[in-house]
Design a binder for this molecule. Structure first.
Ligand SMILES: Cc1cc2nc3c(=O)[nH]c(=O)nc-3n(C[C@H](O)[C@H](O)[C@H](O)COP(=O)(O)O)c2cc1C
Length: 191
């Protein structure tokens, strides 16, 4: 039982004005309101190279990849909102998850992820809201041994969905996004 689970919140986009950054922030605020200690990060602050097996074997983790992995290790769960790029998750997000999945010296396999839980969402300007990338994100997280809460959200029409303060104009959608943060926090309290 953890009364104050630690949650790492981030989007799979590095873009200024990213819809996914706005969406994950709503869930992050709700998670904090539900009692979590939330750390929000921007993957643009973790400029890691593309994963390369030879470079990893020879040089280990680059600083940015290690810094991201350390944050994942120190969290109990993650809130992630991914853009949909060509019907999949963004390369930036997949690359970060790939780096964090690699075993450091003396670590158990999947040390960063095993026993953790996540809440996931996506946002896109189009009508599908990135739902195909969202399905991929659930698959990838399951692959690295993360339990993904059933609640999820694919926000369509994202370019017109937020007000100037970053809230969703539709209160029902705002409640859905907040509900993912709350659901993750409540699950983590029970783990
Ligand atoms: C390489 C690339 C591929 C894209 N593919 C899709 C797609 O398959 N489906 C979709 O809904 N939007 C697609 N888009 C549009 C993104 O949904 C849009 O750029 C969105 O704003 C990205 O998320 P962000 O606002 O968080 O950066 C694509 C954009 C890029 C740059």
């Amino acid at each position: 039982m953890k009364n104050q689970p630690k949650i790492l919140a981030f989007a799979g986009s590095t873009r200024n004005g990213s819809h996914n950054k706005k969406l994950v922030k709503i869930a992050a605020i709700a998670a904090a309101d539900a009692g979590a200690i939330v750390t929000e990060i921007d993957l643009s602050d973790f400029a890691m190279p593309l994963f390369d097996g030879d470079a990893f074997a020879n040089n280990g983790f680059p600083n940015a990849a290690q810094a991201f992995k350390t944050l994942v290790i120190s969290s109990d769960g993650m809130l992630i909102s991914t853009p949909e790029y060509n019907h999949g998750i963004s390369g930036v997000l997949k690359n970060a998850l790939d780096w964090a999945s690699r075993k450091g010296e003396g670590e158990a396999p999947m040390a960063a992820f095993k026993g953790k839980a996540a809440g996931i969402m996506s946002a896109a300007p189009g009508i599908y809201g990135g739902v195909r990338g969202l399905g991929q994100l659930r698959l990838v997280l399951t692959g690295v041994k993360v339990l993904v809460v059933p609640e999820q959200m694919a926000l369509s029409g994202a370019a017109k969905a937020f007000d100037d303060d970053g809230a969703l104009k539709d209160p029902e959608l705002e409640a859905t996004a907040a509900g993912i943060g709350a659901a993750l926090t409540n699950l983590l309290k029970k783990l």
